[in-house]
Ligand binder design. Structure first.
Ligand SMILES: Cc1cc2nc3c(=O)[nH]c(=O)nc-3n(C[C@H](O)[C@H](O)[C@H](O)COP(=O)(O)O)c2cc1C
Length: 447
């Protein structure tokens, strides 16, 4: 477990998984371009040390790949399996009195844009956005804590919109709006990796998400009372914005480049800031919408839910991959179906059981679901369209699919497994194991 974002950044650098950029970059589009291009080309985290007009360095992409998530879990296991192994328990947070995030406090007439390197991400974005902020709040009736990542638009020195559309914070806001009272919130920017990951895991209604975060980290999350709002927030965060949601008030939001890869415009809930607090030497954490981390943060938990549900029905299901390029709407399922009927039932269960899966491809145990070359090979050599294709109509779809009508969509299933009785005829060619081991050793010395 890492104490802070800074500790994880040091670890990523030591592992060769971080690119340090020393050239000065502008917060207007240039930092976002660096984050996206390093993500696409190198799959690494990035630290932009000098950002024009602001003394704070910007970090991004810390969880942009599965191997980075493995480092965060400090486990060689597949992150989806590790998540399934850890989730389900309850380890409540620990409330502390003094916190690094309170080393510097601005609670007067501040202008948030002058304090933080707020970024312009995409060419048609209407404003600066904070895409990585974890908004923490409490149920105004029961006091239950909860958090989530919600898109934040900066509208003025202390004015924001926050696109709170999913639970638990959307439930808290609905209750506050019903009574006409403001909802206190605190927004954390820059967290150690497992607190960040845990901020968006789904939990059952009535469960404190910080209890789930504790089990994922293997240690209680340290919380501290915010300075100007009756809410507790991550003590180890780099930066925290404190404020309140204005009751029943919405403003224009966007256009803004979103996680789908398209621009979005609409209306979102208005908020007013009352303080900005941060460490003495904080990192600003950036998430560029549609970069790989955006999909992976939620994809791994969705993948785990689907895997667990499929395994309950079909014990031969081994792995599930919700692919990056499909914004987690394409599922590759690795299994050993005993018959054609079972293969079809698996594909149908994946399409019907997961709202966000729009296409499902079933592959055999000898095909790596995380290797798209392998999947294409299976599709080309084991799939016949007039025999192995399934089309389902009018099912609940992903809320982010722009082709869905009222969130209903058609779905496609492809059974790319070989006939169960023809394993011999479809046996893959393979290298001699001893020769492979020897050459692997030689290559490890050369590279
Ligand atoms: C990068 C990122 C951005 C997100 N942006 C939003 C958002 O703007 N609005 C929203 O309602 N939910 C957003 N979410 C989802 C919520 O954070 C929420 O935690 C998630 O929906 C929890 O899962 P559940 O809906 O299954 O409970 C975002 C998630 C991620 C990872």
């Amino acid at each position: 477990m890492f104490e802070s974002l800074g500790a994880f950044v040091d670890h990523l650098r030591a592992q060769g998984k971080l690119v340090d950029i020393d050239e000065e970059l502008s917060p207007d589009y240039e930092v976002a371009a660096a984050v996206r291009l390093i993500d696409q080309r190198l799959g690494k985290a990035v630290l932009c040390r000098k950002v024009r007009g602001c003394g704070m360095p910007v970090v991004a992409n810390i969880l942009a790949r599965r191997d980075l998530l493995r480092l965060a879990f400090a486990s060689p296991n597949d992150p989806t399996e590790e998540y399934l192994r850890r989730i389900g328990g309850s380890l409540p947070p620990e409330v502390v009195r003094a916190a690094p995030v309170h080393e510097v406090v601005h609670d007067g007439d501040f202008d948030v844009a002058k304090l933080l390197p707020l970024l312009l991400h995409h060419e048609k974005d209407a404003a600066r956005y904070i895409s990585s902020g974890v908004t923490v709040s409490r149920d105004p009736q029961t006091g239950l804590r909860g958090m989530g990542i919600y898109r934040i638009q900066v509208c003025g020195p202390r004015e924001l919109t926050i696109s709170i559309g999913s639970p638990p914070v959307s439930d808290f806001l609905a209750k506050a709006n019903a009574t006409g009272k403001p909802l206190p919130v605190a927004i954390a920017i820059g967290l150690e990796p497992l607190s960040y990951f845990a901020s968006v895991v789904p939990v059952a209604a009535g469960v404190d998400k910080f209890d789930a975060a504790g089990t994922l980290r293997g240690a209680p999350v340290p919380l501290v009372a915010a300075r100007t709002q009756p809410v507790e927030v991550y003590a180890e965060a780099e930066i925290v914005l404190e404020g309140e949601m204005l009751p029943n008030t919405q403003r224009e939001d966007g256009p803004v480049g979103e996680s789908t890869g398209y621009y979005h415009a609409g209306r979102s809930w208005a908020a007013r800031l009352t303080a900005v607090t941060h460490r003495a030497h904080p990192f600003y954490y950036a998430l560029v919408p549609f970069a790989a981390e955006n999909t992976l943060l939620m994809g791994v938990t969705r993948e785990a839910d689907l895997l667990a549900a499929l395994r309950r029905k079909f014990p031969s299901v081994r792995r599930v991959s919700l692919t990056q390029g499909s914004v987690a709407m394409l599922a590759i399922i690795q299994a050993a179906p005993a018959s054609k009927e079972e293969a079809t039932a698996m594909v149908r269960a994946a399409l019907e059981g997961s709202m966000q899966v729009k296409t499902a491809i079933l592959v055999d145990a000898d095909v790596d679901p995380h290797d798209l070359n392998d999947v294409q090979w299976a599709l080309s050599t084991r799939f016949q369209a007039d025999r192995d294709l399934l089309v389902l109509r009018d099912l609940p779809g992903s809320p982010i699919d722009p082709t869905a009508t009222n969130r209903r969509t058609a779905k496609l299933g492809l059974d790319a497994t070989r006939p169960a009785d023809q394993a011999e005829a479809f046996m893959r060619i393979a290298l001699d194991p001893a020769a492979r081991r020897r050459v692997e050793e030689i290559l490890a010395r050369l590279t």
